[in-house]
Every structure is written in structure tokens, then in C-alpha cells.
Design a protein around this ligand. Structure first.
Ligand code: EAX
Length: 340
């Protein structure tokens, strides 16, 4: 047989073999994935993760299993997100604040005093604005599956109640590893100390920092009531989490599996947000019962705090770019007008 015909036949056989080989394992193989969270089992981030894992197994008939490792067992938010990018971890659920170090536009979420309600946040994140943010992740080897809730962030500390912005003067306060949050608290006269949440309890316990800022659910799940006397409901920013998959992992899934995972993400999102809101409604009383002194800031004092933060808002609006910031506030205004 002429060499060129033999060569052509060999090439065809190889292509067929490769395609059959590739198709067969993807269709039949058992896929084991891991999901790391930075917060304890009691927090909606981990409750949602476990629900997601359960749904993925159910929707793929057990072909894909997701093992959840909570409370920073696999590292901090920053470390786990990097592990997804490197392909050594499959899922994690960090705050938009740390994602902003990878895709700058996510920093818009942390602009202080932007959202007035959780429902507004849902409408913005589930609508075109949020989806446009998620579309920026694949180029960083990340797949954004859904926005979850962390919630409105409040200040806790061991020194005094925060009733006015001036009360923050000189307080050493841990912030997330995010320049906007660092500038926010320095801008109000605190000394911002960026730390991973996995290091925060011991930093509070040893008084390496006086305080921190997080929603009730984090304060409760992390047992900060054991090391923080005062909780002041500043509500200075709404924090969202993003359920992320690593693109290296995602690209190996076939279309049916991707759809099953996306469906599981959608259902787990509704569950996680519900858990967050139910818990946030209950936890004020539980934190007081655990010994915390909780004070509310008056609308006037929150307005003064926002006014004090105007230079920081202006700085980050310029850094993020006016078109993005305008689109963000237009999306919020639309949600507000729709009565979200
Ligand atoms: O996973 O780091 C934080 O304070 C965030 O609230 C949370 O842990 C994000």
C-alpha cells in the first residue's frame, strides 16, 4: 500500500482513537471535587457549600462528588482562590472584596453605603450588572457560578461602643485584604490592619487588633462574642460572596455536567441567601445573650460616616472608572424603583 495512503489511514485511526478515548473517559469517569470555605460550619457560606455539594451529587447521579472543607482548612480566601486558578482546587466562595485583587471591577461592590437592602443586592447581582462582572472571571482562569450573601458589615471592638464616626479614632481594626476597606477605615481615623479571616480570632484574642467588621453571621459563627465586647450596627457596606469554580476543572466537564453544576449553584444560592437572612434576623438577640453590647447608629450618624468617606468613594470611583460606577448605581436605582 502506498506510504501516503497508509499515513492517511494511520492519521484517521489515531484521530478516531483519540476522540473515542477522550469521549469515553469524560462520559464515564467518576469526578471527585473539593470545595474550600474560610468560615465555620455554622456560617451560610459553608451551609450553602454543603447544600451545593449535595445538589451536584444528586443532579449528576453521583458521578460528581464535592467534598466541603470549611473554616479555612484548605487556606484563606486569597490562597484558595489562587489554588482554583492553579488547578489544585475546584471550588471556593470568597468575598468580592478579595476577588477585586484579581478583577478590579469587583471592588465596586464594596463602595460604602451603596445598597439599602439585601433584595436590591439580589436584583443587581442576578441581573445584567452582576452577570457582566462574572463574565470577567474566565480570563483569570476562574468561573463565577453565583453571588451569595455575606451581608451588611458592622463594626465590633473591645474598647468602646462606636456611636459616631469620631469613636473610630485610634481603633486598630482588622479589614479584609482589600485596599478600599483599608482606606475606608483609615479614612475614618482607625488604624486598618488587613488580615485573612482565618487569622482573625487569635488577633482579636491577643489584642493584636481592637476590632473588626463583619455581618452578624460571621461574628456569631466565628464566636467573636468571646473576644469582642461591643457591636455597633454601622452597616457601612454590603458584602457579597461568589461561588467560584476553577476554569481548569470546568473545562474538563462535559456540557451535561456543566448544566447540572450550574443548576445546583442556582438552587444553592436561594438556600444560602435564605439561611443568611434568617440567621441575621435571629443573631442580634443571641449575640446580646452571649454578652455583647449592641448599639445602633442613628441615621444622622450613618450619614455623617458616609460624608466622612466621600474622599474614599471619590478615589475608588476614579480608580474603578466612572462608566462602571455609573452602571452600578444605575442598577441599584433600577432595583430600588422596582421596590426590591
Ligand atoms: O469569606 O474575610 C472576611 O471578613 C469576609 O467576611 C469573609 O470571611 C469572606
Amino acid at each position: 500500500m502506498a506510504f501516503h495512503r497508509l499515513f492517511r489511514l494511520a492519521g484517521a485511526a489515531l484521530a478516531l482513537g483519540l476522540s473515542v478515548g477522550l469521549a469515553a473517559p469524560a462520559a464515564a469517569q467518576q469526578i471527585r471535587a473539593r470545595l474550600g470555605t474560610s468560615l465555620p460550619d455554622a456560617h451560610p457560606q459553608t451551609l450553602g457549600a454543603r447544600k451545593f455539594a449535595e445538589l451536584v451529587t444528586a443532579k449528576t447521579g453521583g458521578r460528581i462528588t464535592v467534598s466541603v472543607y470549611s473554616n479555612g482548612a484548605l487556606g484563606s480566601d486569597v490562597q484558595m482562590t489562587s489554588a482554583l486558578q492553579g488547578g489544585s482546587l475546584e471550588f471556593t466562595v470568597p468575598s468580592t472584596a478579595t476577588i477585586a485583587n484579581i478583577v478590579r471591577d469587583f471592588g465596586v461592590v464594596g463602595l460604602p453605603f451603596s445598597f439599602a437592602s439585601e433584595r436590591e443586592a439580589d436584583a443587581v447581582f442576578d441581573g445584567p450588572f452582576g452577570q457582566a462582572l462574572l463574565a470577567k472571571l474566565p480570563e483569570k482562569n476562574l468561573i463565577g457560578l453565583a453571588f451569595w450573601e455575606n451581608g451588611f458589615r458592622n463594626v465590633t471592638n473591645s474598647r468602646r461602643p462606636i456611636r459616631t464616626v469620631e469613636d473610630l479614632q485610634g481603633i486598630k481594626i482588622r479589614t479584609m485584604q482589600n485596599n478600599l476597606y483599608i482606606d475606608m477605615f483609615n479614612g475614618m481615623g482607625s488604624n486598618a490592619v488587613p488580615l485573612a479571616v482565618t487569622e482573625l480570632f487569635s488577633a482579636l484574642e491577643t489584642r493584636a487588633v481592637d476590632g473588626q467588621e463583619n455581618p452578624f453571621t460571621v461574628v456569631f459563627a466565628q464566636k467573636f462574642y468571646d473576644v469582642q465586647r461591643y457591636l455597633s450596627t454601622t452597616g457601612h457596606a454590603y458584602d457579597a460572596l461568589v461561588l467560584l469554580a476553577g476554569k481548569t476543572f470546568w473545562d474538563k466537564l462535559n456540557e451535561a455536567d456543566r448544566q447540572a453544576v450550574q443548576e445546583a449553584a442556582r438552587e444553592a444560592t436561594l438556600y444560602e441567601r435564605q439561611q443568611s437572612r434568617t440567621l441575621n434576623g435571629e443573631l442580634r438577640a443571641q449575640l446580646i445573650a452571649a454578652g455583647m453590647q449592641v448599639n445602633d447608629l442613628s441615621p444622622e450618624e450613618r450619614a455623617r460616616m458616609r460624608e466622612r468617606l466621600k474622599p474614599v468613594i471619590d478615589k475608588y470611583s476614579a480608580l474603578l472608572g466612572q462608566p462602571l460606577v455609573t452602571a452600578f448605581f444605575d442598577a441599584i436605582a433600577k432595583a430600588r424603583a422596582a421596590g426590591q
